[in-house]
Design a protein around this ligand. Structure first.
Ligand SMILES: Cc1cc2nc3c(=O)[nH]c(=O)nc-3n(C[C@H](O)[C@H](O)[C@H](O)COP(=O)(O)OP(=O)(O)OC[C@H]3O[C@@H](n4cnc5c(N)ncnc54)[C@H](O)[C@@H]3O)c2cc1C
Length: 355
């Protein structure tokens, strides 16, 4: 049986940032991650040489002060998202594409140089291999008199404290907790939306930014889809050229080849024949990712219940904490919320007497 002072369930941004803070303070930490990769909703797809496309979190702003501070501490530069002065606009299927002017952008968005996964990689450098279990979905967590026992398949881990960094709704759906949590908290978790859980990202990589040669910015908005928004996704070094955006959520019901066919049709309409000469098509349908999304019993309004006071105290006499971006009291659902959540749980645990 493995042992740790603190067991963190989930190796996304919250789990890795929390590990980073704990290790600086000298605690023995173990991260248990269901997927075969770290990062969770942060996932820069780097298939081969030519592809570097964000399937998850991409943008941050200067207002995300805790994230910016962490990036500075880890020496990770950012660069501004290109938007340009105009965008293509598709109003209806039968109507031609229009070019519309964009207003000056007084609150630009930034991307992390090297991709958002550069943040995950930098944090993972503070996580020794022996302190991380990948491909290990937690199924049960049981608190007993002598410690907390976490179960995944045939593995059991005993720790003094367990910190879940799962989106609360996912936690309520997939992990059996004993003793059970208060009913009001369970209901709250069931009614806390997982930010971006239904979204679909798609991107197309190119050898050259052909749209710029045609005087276009790569920015496009559509009321028809499948892309609803599209942006120039070229990297900071101008070494990987791509267009990337969001597809309509209902495209999740199509097969992957059907989705791709519709994307190609829209790219052709927006940008013409060169748009079909892509070197790679990448997509992520987050509603099909069981370690991010679980179906809701009823429609949940995004951001309701985030940062609720029930998320901001420990359970099981200080042995169970609920963290994760959705539990943060500011910028919940975003990377900033994940960093703030990690800071909060680190401070709460540092002040407790269980370690
Ligand atoms: C398409 C998309 C676009 C986004 N765009 C932006 C953006 O531009 N800017 C921004 O700030 N934010 C954005 N976000 C949100 C951002 O990605 C999240 O706020 C942040 O990554 C959340 O980190 P987290 O660690 O709290 O949660 P997660 O990343 O969800 O981490 C939870 C971890 O737990 C693991 N896990 C799940 N179940 C189990 C289990 N049973 N056992 C063990 N491990 C388990 C998961 O695999 C995952 O690694 C976007 C998200 C998506 C999906």
């Amino acid at each position: 049986m493995r042992r740790a002072d603190v067991l963190i369930i989930g190796g996304g941004l919250t789990g890795l940032a929390f590990n980073y803070f704990l290790r600086k303070a000298g605690y023995a930490v173990l991260i248990v991650e269901a997927r075969g990769r770290l990062g969770g909703r942060i996932w820069t797809k780097t298939t081969g040489e030519a592809v570097n496309i964000e399937m998850g979190a991409t943008w941050l702003g200067q207002k995300h002060t805790h994230l910016v501070q962490l990036l500075n501490e880890l020496n990770l530069p950012v660069f501004q998202q290109r938007l340009g002065a105009s965008a293509l606009f598709e109003q209806q299927h039968q109507m031609p594409v229009q070019s519309i002017p964009l207003p000056p952008n007084n609150d630009p968005s930034y991307r992390i140089k090297g991709g958002t996964s550069a943040l995950i990689k930098a944090l993972a450098r503070h996580l020794p291999d022996e302190a991380m279990l990948l491909d290990t979905p937690v199924e049960k967590v049981h608190a007993k008199a002598d410690g907390v026992y976490t179960f995944s398949g045939a593995s059991t881990i005993k720790s003094k404290v367990v910190v879940s960094t799962l989106p609360p709704h996912l936690l309520s759906h997939c992990i059996e907790l004993q003793p059970t949590l208060p009913d009001a908290l369970t209901r709250l978790m069931q009614q806390t939306h997982t930010w971006m859980g239904e979204s679909i990202k798609a991107g197309v990589a190119y050898d050259q930014p052909f749209w710029r040669e045609n005087g276009q910015t790569g920015t496009a908005f559509s009321q028809t889809g499948p892309f609803t928004e599209l942006y120039d996704h070229t990297d900071a070094e101008e070494g990987h050229f791509a267009l990337k955006g969001f597809l309509r959520n209902d495209m999740a019901n199509l097969s992957a080849p059907d989705r791709k066919r519709l994307v190609e049709g829209q790219l052709l309409k927006l940008f013409g024949q060169p748009a079909l000469e892509f070197t790679s098509y990448e997509e992520a349908v987050w509603a099909k990712e069981p370690f991010t999304y679980a179906p809701y019993e009823r429609t949940i309004i995004p951001h309701q219940n985030n940062g609720h006071e029930m998320y901001r105290k420990p359970y099981w006499n200080g042995r169970l904490f609920l963290a994760g971006s959705e539990t943060a009291d500011a910028f919940p659902g975003y990377m900033e919320g994940a960093v703030r959540s990690a800071e909060w749980v680190y401070q709460a645990l540092s002040q407790s007497t269980v370690l």
